[in-house]
Write a protein that binds this ligand. Structure first.
Ligand code: F6P
Length: 328
């Protein structure tokens, strides 16, 4: 028989993502619903090492479903990747009487969690929270939809000025090693070209393609560049290359940066985070101890951490085709 859980700890770790608050809320309220005590850990895995805990009840998470960021704060902890750091974290969990942990973060967080589970046989369930949507085993991560909407809204504005001046804009979007934000926001914003780390078209083909679209009658252009793209040394060097090799356009660069991580979560992210938070507590109650909650074909799934961290979510070839066809 599975021992009844007494206390669950929850934390957010790695880069923040809109919807993390909604996920914390769902975890805390699900614990309250099942009469399980819940404790929040501030500043992610680093706070776990430093014993930064606070008891949370259903009312502690009021008025946060609509807020971006994470009220528990977050950090990228180097100490958790040292044996000594993890031992302190484990001791703090035991001292607090915590018998299971829910971590909300990306692949770095899950890698740390996976090592911790093997070392201490401590139950952990993960929720994928990152704007990058690069986690294997889930169709969507918490925060991705909001980030896409932020990017599309920004590019719509850039398009107005690009069009008025007959300019070519390079717009850099986030996604450290993954092109999901660039590809989807690029299609949604009607970009002429989308440059992602998973595909390197090369500078010469890029110029040829831009020349073709200019000949076809386009008077301005938007190129969405994922920050991990390899085509140039960086976006500014690429802008200089285009300026020097393409006639007739004035070239400008906009780096969207961290605005993509902030802001009120979209309804999709709020609902996704709520479903995942409830599913995480259910998973722990069923005795799962080493899994990420994913959404696949709109169904909640439990994905072993090992699966989630062994690979990145692949780019969908159909989307690349759609981008190619609709940008002519
Ligand atoms: O992992 C999410 C992310 O937003 C990436 O897209 C980006 O490369 C990175 O975080 C930036 O991290 P930081 O805020 O620590 O500089």
């Amino acid at each position: 028989m599975i021992k009844k859980l007494q206390k669950i700890a929850v934390l957010t770790s790695g880069g923040d993502a809109p919807g993390m608050n909604a996920a914390i809320r769902a975890v805390v309220r699900s614990c309250a619903y099942h009469n399980i005590a819940c404790v929040g850990v501030f500043r992610g895995l680093q706070g776990l090492i430093e014993g930064d805990f606070k008891d949370l009840d259903a009312r502690s998470v009021k008025n946060i479903i609509n807020r971006g960021g994470t009220f528990l704060k977050t950090a990228r902890s180097k100490d958790f990747f040292e044996k000594e750091g993890r031992a302190k974290a484990h001791q703090n969990l035991l001292n607090e009487g915590v018998d299971a942990l829910i971590v909300i973060g990306g692949d770095g967080t899950f890698t740390g969690a996976s090592i911790f589970i093997k070392e201490f046989n401590f139950p952990i369930v993960g929720l994928p929270g990152t704007i990058d949507n690069d986690i294997h085993g889930t169709d969507f991560t918490i925060g991705y939809d909001t980030a896409l909407n932020t990017v599309v809204e920004a590019i719509d504005k850039i398009r107005d000025t690009a069009n008025s001046h007959n300019r070519l804009f390079l717009v850099e979007v986030m996604g450290r090693d993954a092109g999901h934000i660039a590809l989807n926001a690029g299609i949604g914003a009607g970009a002429e070209e989308i440059l992602i780390p998973e595909e390197n078209m090369g500078k010469d083909r890029l110029i040829e393609s831009l020349e073709r679209s200019k000949k076809s009658g386009k008077t301005s252009s938007i190129i969405v560049v994922s920050e991990g793209d390899q085509i140039g040394k960086n976006i500014f060097e690429l802008a200089d290359f285009i300026q020097n090799n393409l006639e007739g356009y004035d070239v400008r660069v906009t780096v969207l940066g961290h605005i993509q991580r902030g802001g009120s979560p979209s309804c999709y992210d709020r609902v996704l985070a709520s479903r995942m938070g409830v599913a995480a507590v259910d998973a722990l109650m069923e005795g799962s101890r080493d899994v990420m909650i994913g959404i696949v074909h709109n169904k909640m799934m439990q994905v072993p951490f090992e699966e989630a961290i062994k690979d990145k979510q692949k780019i969908d070839a159909e989307l690349i085709r759609v981008a190619d066809i609709t940008s002519i």
